[in-house]
Design a protein around this ligand. Structure first.
Ligand SMILES: Nc1ncnc2c1ncn2[C@@H]1O[C@H](COP(=O)(O)OP(=O)(O)OP(=O)(O)O)[C@@H](O)[C@H]1O
Length: 594
């Protein structure tokens, strides 16, 4: 997107220029025909005037026209019909462009957001982003549709209309100008207020959407904690905070439009009073056909005058929305996808981490501190340590969720920053603590990243994940819909579905983040032996606090405050009699109590 609302409008107009031209042509035709009607009516009055009161017609065109009221009527009707028809085509042209441009902009912004790193999503809530992608884009669309159509419609009607008015009587035309001049004056007064209150409404609305999205996605937690009432109060507060700026915005918009409307309604009376004044005091006589067609043309030009007063606020609300869209669009992409053809060979893939330190944006403490590690191909490494010691951060950085310094993480000796993102993702499978599932069927969830997987492939991986038998007991089996984020599955079933999905990906490096927290010891045993046989020769990094799982790893790292404080085979660590050994004792105690 470019610098300003109008610069961006320019790009859009250029993109759709042919169709805009067509639309403008329809506007022009519709308006010229519209203005023809009062003029024809005036001619008809002169022509059909039996008593000869209105003689001295300046335009002698009437002499070529027949003296038939039916014919004049038919002519007037045809012109009116054609004008309406072109107006219809005009609306179709502009509205379809605005709808297409809306989708186009939405796509551009959606893809831009998609390219953002995790740090961006940490800052912008999902509700906030959704509100920008819907509400703000709709308001911006209004600038492209009515916002472009009506001003052009207005200009092409008001200017020729004014010429006709001045031609009919310059004194009356000056009076008719009053409401037209009033618009920019009133608009200048209201503009700033409309922008700021519209900005406030939009950001309050976004905060409310964000809150609602968070509330509903954690609804079970909210209910189990019994804090609905407290959160409802917060929601009410946010909701009520919308009322004041919304009412204020409506009041301003509601003052601007009726103000101009009342001026336009008053104007024909002023015109008649002026005509009476000039004819009484200065002896200027106005003929009835001239006066009637004057008022008729005047009524035509006031339509667009009113429309403009209705459309002008769109620019302010549209600009506020545009600024909010531009703000997210202009957010720099922190994790840049390098444009090169570097490929990682899975056969001899090893991973190196060299003196990696990382602090989350805005945080004061390092999540990883001078962290170094060499993971050989096919090695199975267990990672453990207290809460907040940096274990998940390590996985996030290996999968390039955040930007890091160059030369800190290397895949087979190649800096991660030089490897195309797609290439990294094709070599990793990440299974997280809280697996993300889609509100689709079990099969669709598993096939998410491997569309071509056959039913046989699914069955194999689900057997490995120890979920196949359970799925067979569901009435719809693999076609069972699992609800939003897998709501209809138990925690352990969700985790196993996510594991099956990871198995199906067949990636060379697997990152398992606390996958056993919601499964029992027998299932853990089964899954672990599945992993070991299914992924024979592949590299596994497993975050866990379960000694039973860690014991099956080739090597274990114990992290504390972002540093490795102990590492070695499980046997070596136990002999150290340090932190790992304490964890081991604690686990044994837990098992005994169970
Ligand atoms: N998005 C974030 N923004 C700021 N700080 C964060 C963010 N995510 C994690 N942290 C902080 O970074 C540190 C390491 O967090 P991390 O999630 O890596 O710990 P962990 O060892 O995986 O913990 P757990 O065992 O609870 O999963 C913690 O102090 C945490 O508060």
């Amino acid at each position: 997107m470019e610098k300003s609302l109008f610069a961006n409008l320019k790009a859009i107009i250029l993109k759709y220029r042919k169709r805009f031209l067509k639309g403008f042509l329809f506007v022009l035709l519709s308006n010229l025909l519209l203005l023809l009607n009062p003029l024809l009516f005036r001619q008809a009055l002169y022509k059909l005037d039996a008593k000869g009161n209105f003689k001295e017609d300046l335009w002698s065109l009437t002499s070529y026209f027949p003296d038939s009221i039916l014919l004049w009527g038919a002519l007037l009707l045809t012109v009116a019909f054609l004008s309406t028809f072109f107006k219809y085509l005009m609306r179709i042209a502009f509205i379809s462009i605005s709808r297409e441009a809306e989708s186009w902009i939405r796509e551009i912004i959606f893809f831009r957001i998609e390219d953002q790193s995790q740090e961006f999503f940490d800052r912008y809530g999902i509700g906030e982003l959704l509100s920008r992608l819907t509400n703000d884009i709709t308001r911006y669309r209004d600038v492209l549709g009515p916002g472009l159509m009506y001003p052009f419609f207005g200009v092409t009607l008001i200017f020729p209309g004014l010429i006709i008015l001045f031609f009919l009587s310059w004194q009356l035309a000056l009076v008719a100008l009053i409401p037209i001049i009033a618009i920019p004056i009133a608009y200048t007064f209201f503009k700033g207020r409309i922008y700021s209150s519209s900005e406030e409404v939009l950001s309050k609305y976004a905060a409310l959407s964000d809150y609602a999205a968070e509330h509903y996605s954690n609804i079970r937690l909210v209910k189990s904690a019994g804090i609905e009432k407290r959160l409802e109060r917060v929601f009410n507060k946010l909701s009520y905070s919308l009322i004041k700026p919304s009412v204020y915005l409506t009041t301003i918009e509601g003052t601007f439009y009726p103000l101009i409307a009342s001026l336009t309604r008053l104007s024909p009376i002023l015109v008649l009073l002026t005509a009476a004044f000039f004819s009484h005091f200065y002896g200027v006589s106005f003929k009835t056909p001239d006066l009637l067609s004057f008022i008729w043309v005047q009524s035509y030009i006031y339509g667009p005058v009113l429309m403009l007063s209705w459309v002008f606020p769109f620019y302010e609300t549209g600009k506020a929305s545009y600024d909010r869209l531009k703000a997210i669009y202009d957010e720099p992409i922190k994790v840049i996808d390098p444009k090169n053809n570097i490929r990682i060979k899975p056969d001899d893939l090893y991973l190196e981490i060299k003196n990696l330190s990382f602090t989350y944006p805005g945080a004061s403490k390092k999540a990883l501190d001078d962290f170094s590690l060499l993971v050989k191909k096919g090695e199975h490494i267990g990672i453990t340590g207290p809460i907040g010691s940096g274990k998940s951060t390590l996985f996030k950085l290996i999968s390039r969720a955040y930007e890091i310094d160059p030369g800190k993480i290397l895949f087979s000796g190649v800096d991660i920053k030089d490897i195309p993102l797609k290439e990294i993702y094709l070599n990793l499978a990440l299974c997280e603590q809280i697996p993300f599932l889609f509100s689709k069927t079990i099969a669709e969830n598993a096939r998410f990243a491997s569309e071509d997987a056959s039913m046989e492939d699914l069955e194999i991986v689900f057997k490995f994940a120890d979920l196949h038998e359970t799925i067979l007991s569901f009435p719809e089996q693999y076609d069972t819909m699992i609800g939003e984020r897998g709501i209809t599955l138990s925690g352990g079933q969700k985790m196993r579905l996510a594991l099956a999905r990871a198995f199906l990906l067949k990636r060379p490096i697997l990152l398992f983040d606390d996958i056993f927290s919601s499964v029992d010891a027998t299932t853990e045993e089964h899954i672990l032996s599945s992993i070991k046989s299914f992924f024979k020769g592949r590299t596994i990094l497993l975050i866990s606090e379960r000694i039973s799982a860690l014991e099956k790893m080739d090597r274990v790292l114990y992290l504390q405050e972002g540093k490795i404080v102990e590492q070695g085979t499980p046997e070596e660590l136990k002999k150290l009699n340090g932190k790992y050994q304490s964890l081991y004792e604690l686990n044994k105690l837990d098992l005994k109590q169970e």
